[in-house]
Design a protein around this ligand. Structure first.
Ligand SMILES: N[C@@H](CCC(=O)N[C@@H](CS)C(=O)NCC(=O)O)C(=O)O
Length: 218
C-alpha cells in the first residue's frame, strides 16, 4: 500500500498563550484549517527583546508569523496576509470596496480603542502594568457601547444591516480582547448584542478559546 507523507509545515507562529493579539491569528489559522507550528515566546523572561527575536520583529512584540521565507509582524497584517493567501472563498476579507473598507475600520479599532481600553485594563489587572486603569475602563465602556449598538442590526461587524453574512477578519481582530475584557475588570453585562455576537464567533468551525485568566474581583 502506498504511504502518504504530509507536506512539511511552513507556517510558524511566535506567540504567547495570554496574548489576544496572537490569539486572533490562531483563530484564523484554525478556521482556515491551516497546519502551523506554535512557538511560545517567554515574554516574562524578556525573550522578545533578545536579538534573535528582534530580527523577526524589530518592535519586540508577538505575534510574528513565518511562512517559508516570509516573516510578518503585526496581528492585523498577518490576518490580511492569511486571508489573501489562503482563503479561496474570499469571505474572510471580501474584495468589494465597501466591505474591505468596513473590515479596515474595525482593524483600526482593534489597534486603537481595543488596545487602549480592554487590553490595557487587562494588562493592569493581570500583569500590574503601570498604566491608567480608570482611563482604560472609560475607553472600554465607550467602545463596547458603540459595538453593541452596531451589532443590534447585523450578525458580524463588517456585515450589511439585516442581511445574511459571514464573519470576517474584523470579527477575529475584535473578539479576543473583548471576550477576555472581564479579566481586566470590564463588565460586559450591559451589552446584550455584543454578548450574542461573542457566542456567534465561538460557534464558528475551528474556534479555540484563549487561555482564561482569573477575573478581577468586583
Ligand atoms: N500591533 C501589534 C501589537 C502586539 C502586542 O502589543 N503584543 C504584545 C503582547 S499582546 C507584546 O508582545 N508586548 C510586549 C512588548 O510590547 O514589549 C500587533 O497587532 O501584533
Amino acid at each position: 500500500m502506498p504511504t502518504t507523507t504530509n507536506p512539511p509545515i511552513r507556517l510558524r507562529l511566535h506567540r504567547h498563550p495570554l496574548s489576544g493579539h496572537a490569539h486572533r491569528v490562531e483563530l484564523l489559522l484554525r478556521m482556515l484549517d491551516l497546519p502551523y507550528a506554535a512557538q511560545d515566546v517567554d515574554l516574562l523572561a524578556g525573550a522578545h527583546k533578545k536579538p534573535e527575536f528582534l530580527a523577526l520583529n524589530p518592535f519586540g512584540q508577538v505575534p510574528v508569523l513565518q511562512d517559508g521565507d516570509l516573516t510578518l509582524f503585526d496581528s492585523n497584517a498577518i490576518l490580511v496576509y492569511l486571508a489573501k493567501r489562503y482563503d479561496r472563498s474570499g469571505r474572510w476579507l471580501p474584495d468589494d470596496a465597501a466591505t474591505a473598507a468596513h473590515v479596515q475600520q474595525w482593524l483600526s479599532v482593534a489597534a486603537g480603542q481595543l488596545v487602549n481600553g480592554p487590553s490595557t485594563a487587562r494588562l493592569v489587572t493581570l500583569f500590574k502594568a503601570p498604566l491608567d486603569h480608570d482611563r482604560a475602563l472609560a475607553i472600554s465602556g465607550q467602545l463596547f457601547g458603540v459595538i453593541d449598538r452596531h451589532l443590534a442590526t447585523r450578525d458580524f461587524l463588517a456585515a450589511p444591516e439585516h442581511q445574511p453574512s459571514h464573519a470576517t477578519i474584523a470579527d477575529l481582530a475584535i473578539y479576543s480582547y473583548t471576550a477576555h475584557a472581564p479579566e481586566g475588570g470590564v463588565s460586559l453585562e450591559a451589552f446584550s448584542h455584543l454578548k450574542r455576537w461573542l457566542k456567534r464567533v465561538e460557534a464558528l468551525p475551528g474556534f479555540v478559546p484563549m487561555q482564561a485568566s482569573p477575573r478581577l474581583a468586583a
